[in-house]
Design a protein. Sequence first.
Length: 94
Amino acid sequence: MPEFEGTLEEQFTKAAEYIKGTTFSKTVPNDRKLILYGFFKQVNEGDVQGERPGMLYFEAKSKWDAWDAIKGTDKETCMKGYIVEVNKQCEEFA
């Protein structure tokens, strides 16, 4: 399992870079990918904006829902959640 050192922001950045460049031996389910997506968007952009995409836009709607699910969560909590989820995925799907 990777170790991300430094300040919380540095750990978050390292975890995001790590997950972007990693290929797991097992497939990560979409719901687990969406957890990371929601945390990442909340950290970088704050609360979800705009209207929820329509039914025909399944992927966009799923991403919007994942981000909306953590609406109002502070940046620090989201960075910690992101790092924890990256570590869990590394353990489960590496």
